[in-house]
Ligand binder design. Structure first.
Ligand code: P6P
Length: 339
C-alpha cells in the first residue's frame, strides 16, 4: 500500500477493526470507548473556548475533594456521565466530581457488563491560565450480577483487574490514548473531520529517560529516601548518562503523557502533612499505572505496584511513582524494593 492511500483509522474504525480480529467480542467495550470519544469531543469544544465564554470561574460549589468546582469540571462530568448512561455498555460510573458512585437504573444499562470511573477534568486549576488539562478513565468488568443495579464492590477493584484505561489530553492538539491488554494506542483529534485518528499505534514507554517530574515545593516534606533520589536526579552528569531535565506542569495527564512519549519519571510522593499522597487511586493512579505497565513501564506507591493495591474507598488517595523501567528501578534501589 503506498503512502498516498494509507488509510488513517478513526477511533471508531480502529475499535470496529478490533472486533473483526476478535469475533467472540461482544463489542460492548468498543462501544464504551466510542462513547468516551464522543464526550471528549464535546468537552474539547468548551475547553478550547473556555476563555471566551462565561464558563470560567467557580460554580460556587465545593466537590467531594473540598475543591472549588469549576464550571468546566461540572460540564465535563455531565458529558462523560451522559454519554455512558445513554450508551449500551456501562452499568454505572464513579467520578471525582460526585460523592458516591451512580448506578444507572434503566434496563439496558443494568444489563451492561462494565463500570467506568473517571476524573472528568484533571488539572482544572490550570483552566484559567490556559495550561493543558485532561480527562482520565478506568474500566472494570462488574462483579455484581447483570440486570441488577451496580454496587460499591463493582468499583473498588484492584487496578490489575481493569479491562481498559485511558486519558484525553486537551493540549496543543487533543489526544485520546487508551490501553487494553493488547496494547496502548493514541488518537489525535482532526478538527477538519471531527474524528480522533490513530496517530500513535502501539505506544511503548521508552525504557529509560532524562526527565524527572516532581513538585520541588514539597521537597522538605518528602521522605528522606525520596529526597535522596531527587538529589541523584539533580546530580546526573556526563559521567552517568548525562544530565536530567526537570519538568512539572502541575497537570498529571500532561506530565505522564510527555514521559510516556519521551521517557521519564513522574512522582507525587506522600508528604509529612499528607502521607497518603494527593492523587486518587481509582481514577488517576490506577488508569495511568495500567497504561504505563502495558507500555512497558512501572508504577508503584513506593512500596508495592499501584495495580496490586486493594482499594477500600472510592476516593482514596495514594502516593505514586510512575515511568520508564530503568528510572523506576533506580528509584526502587534507593527507596526500597516494590516487588
Ligand atoms: P500540586 C491536579 O490538581 C493534580 O491532581 C494532578 O493533575 C497534578 O499532577 C497534581 O494535582 C498537582 O499537584 O500539589 O503539585 O499542585
Amino acid at each position: 500500500m503506498n503512502g498516498f492511500n494509507r488509510k488513517v483509522l478513526t477511533l471508531d474504525e480502529f475499535t470496529i477493526q478490533g472486533l473483526r480480529d476478535f469475533p467472540q467480542a461482544t463489542g460492548e467495550l468498543s462501544g464504551l470507548l466510542r462513547d468516551m470519544g464522543l464526550a471528549a469531543k464535546r468537552v474539547n469544544v468548551e475547553v478550547n473556548k473556555a476563555g471566551l465564554v462565561d464558563i470560567l470561574g467557580n460554580a460556587n460549589k465545593i466537590n467531594v475533594q473540598g475543591e472549588d468546582v469549576m464550571k468546566l469540571d461540572e460540564f465535563a462530568n455531565k458529558q462523560f456521565m451522559g454519554a455512558l448512561q445513554h450508551g449500551i455498555s456501562c452499568a454505572g460510573i464513579g467520578s471525582e466530581e460526585l460523592d458516591d458512585f451512580v448506578a444507572f437504573d434503566d434496563e439496558v444499562s443494568m444489563n451492561s457488563k462494565y463500570v467506568c470511573l473517571f476524573d472528568p477534568l484533571d488539572g482544572s486549576g490550570n483552566i484559567d491560565v490556559n495550561v493543558s488539562i485532561g480527562t482520565i478513565f478506568s474500566v472494570f468488568r462488574r462483579v455484581s450480577p447483570k440486570g441488577t443495579p451496580v454496587i460499591l464492590e463493582d468499583f473498588i477493584q484492584k487496578g490489575r483487574r481493569q479491562v481498559a484505561a485511558g486519558y484525553i489530553v486537551y493540549g496543543s492538539s487533543t489526544m485520546l490514548v487508551y490501553a487494553t491488554r493488547r496494547g496502548v494506542n493514541g488518537f489525535t483529534l482532526d478538527p477538519s473531520i471531527g474524528e480522533f485518528c490513530l496517530s500513535h499505534p502501539q505506544l511503548q514507554c521508552p525504557d529509560d529517560g532524562r526527565i524527572y517530574s516532581v513538585n520541588h515545593g514539597h521537597f522538605f516534606r518528602y521522605d528522606e529516601k525520596v529526597r535522596d533520589y531527587i538529589n541523584i536526579c539533580q546530580n546526573k552528569n556526563a559521567a552517568n548518562g548525562g544530565p536530567y531535565t526537570q519538568r512539572y506542569i502541575g497537570s498529571m495527564v500532561s506530565d505522564v503523557h510527555r514521559n510516556l512519549i519521551k521517557g521519564g519519571i513522574f512522582m507525587y510522593p506522600g508528604t509529612s502533612d499528607r502521607p497518603g499522597g494527593k492523587l486518587r487511586l481509582m481514577y488517576e493512579s490506577n488508569p495511568f499505572a495500567f497504561i504505563v505497565e502495558v507500555a512497558g513501564g512501572i508504577a508503584t506507591d513506593g512500596v508495592q505496584p499501584i495495580l496490586d493495591i486493594q482499594p477500600t474507598e472510592l476516593h482514596q488517595r495514594t502516593p505514586m511513582f510512575i515511568g520508564s523501567r530503568k528510572m523506576m528501578e533506580e528509584l526502587e534501589s534507593i527507596i526500597g524494593s516494590t516487588k
